[in-house]
Write a protein that binds this ligand. Structure first.
Ligand code: C5P
Length: 280
């Protein structure tokens, strides 16, 4: 293994333990789930790394997919579509089946973002998003609100992560909105800003994961959408990677929507992804 890869692999083993604690997802390591070379450290079950995006028009549709996935999937993502139709009912229903990632990508004045995050934290979501482009004051307000809301309801505080760049963004789109540099430079800049503001991690394309990991260190939680198993259509995603490639690049949590929800057998599609990342 080249030196750079070896150093990265070793840093990853340490960071696995740190990040497992960050998300309080660590489970007692057993013989089967241990990664070679990580004997002294807790390992994350692949099921704790996969988030299924339930971008469905109704809660009934989301529940139907979640039920088909069964205990193969432990994380569900609610985005603007499902939230607009079913909001708190969707959170409550999916919390009965696993952990909830509320992905509203807030970008507003600090007090408005804080109010939205506090309300979500009261409902027990485990992970939520703000745009790093919203700036330091907004991100700080979000983190404080997450703690406040969770404490008021007796939940563990949700992790707040900053969206760096949408995975649908490409160089022409960055130029269109006046962002300088390549998508990778812009994503790293946003991730550094998010880290300095005290959020727990970042959402980024897996193509930027390694650069963000290098810039932001082992404890920074990296959530990667834009995941496409080999042969799956890209759809409107631009900067995509396979599940294995994303984890190898340093992704902690993979967000996968249509390749699972649009599959004839969603559970089989999820299992195939878990198998693919199990020994990366
Ligand atoms: O269906 P697909 O796998 O493309 O779904 C990806 C999910 O990840 C969508 O719900 C999308 O909103 C979300 N997402 C993304 N890019 C980001 C942040 C979130 O695609 N930067």
């Amino acid at each position: 293994m080249p030196h750079g890869n070896r150093a990265r692999a070793s840093a990853r083993r340490v960071s696995d333990a740190v990040r497992a604690q960050v998300l309080t997802l660590a489970r007692p390591a057993d013989g089967r789930s241990r990664r070679a070379g990580a004997e002294a450290l807790p390992n994350m079950d692949p099921r704790d790394r996969l988030i299924v995006a339930l971008d469905t028009p109704s809660l009934a549709d989301a529940e139907a997919i979640a039920d088909r996935l069964g205990d193969v999937v432990r994380w569900f993502k609610i985005g603007p579509h499902l939230f607009a139709t079913s909001g708190p009912d969707a959170i409550a229903s999916l919390r009965r089946r696993g952990r909830v990632f509320l992905d509203m990508k807030y970008h507003d004045i600090p007090s408005t973002v804080a109010a939205g995050i506090e309300a979500a934290a009261r409902q027990g979501v485990a992970l939520c998003t703000v745009h790093a482009a919203g700036g330091t004051a907004m991100m700080r307000a979000a983190v404080e609100a997450a703690r406040r809301g969770a404490a008021a309801a007796g939940h563990a505080p949700p992790r707040v992560v900053g969206v760096t760049l949408l995975t649908s963004a490409d160089a022409p789109m960055l130029a269109e909105i006046g962002l300088t540099g390549s998508p990778q430079e812009a994503a790293v800049r946003m991730a550094r800003l998010a880290r300095a503001a005290g959020v727990d991690g970042a959402v980024a394309s897996p193509l930027e994961a390694a650069a963000i990991r290098d810039a932001c260190g082992p404890a920074f939680l990296l959530v990667c959408p834009g995941i496409r198993p080999a042969g799956a259509p890209e759809g409107d995603q631009r900067r995509v990677e396979t599940p294995r490639g994303a984890v190898a690049a340093g992704a902690d949590l993979l967000v996968v929507g249509r390749p699972i929800t649009g599959a004839a057998d969603p559970q089989a599609a999820a299992r195939a992804i878990l198998d693919e990342i199990a020994n990366v």
